[in-house]
Design a protein. Sequence first.
Length: 149
Amino acid sequence: MKFEPRISLVTLGVTDMARSRTFYEALGWRAGGPSNEHVTFFQGKGIVLGLFGHAALAEDAGVEAAPIPPFRGVSLAYNCRSEAEVDEAFGHALSCGAVAVKAPEKVFWGGYSGYFADPDGHLWEVAFNPFSPLDADGHMLVETPEAGA
């Protein structure tokens, strides 16, 4: 079997399921499927975002549930079609209870981006990348080398 380059599900460990579910629903995600008081699944375009208790996620993975560090070395990204759309999306996130980490600004690589944190400190980048356009469904497109090239 070949391991296909895709991500099906991103699961975030959270400390308060109700608070986190309320936050993500305010952002516009819709819970569905087998969601309950212990786990929440949000159907996105081509991906599912899951919320699971921080300690329960550690137990499921067989690792110690250490205190949540302020920086985890990971960010999720929401890419936009313009700088104005970045500002709008960033403002919406703040109105839903996100914490501004870095206000949107022009960045060294030629784009425009900012960062916010969800109620558990998970970082989200909101960005406009003029070098990686979005398709009609909002999926980011990056060029890949042709096979055999």
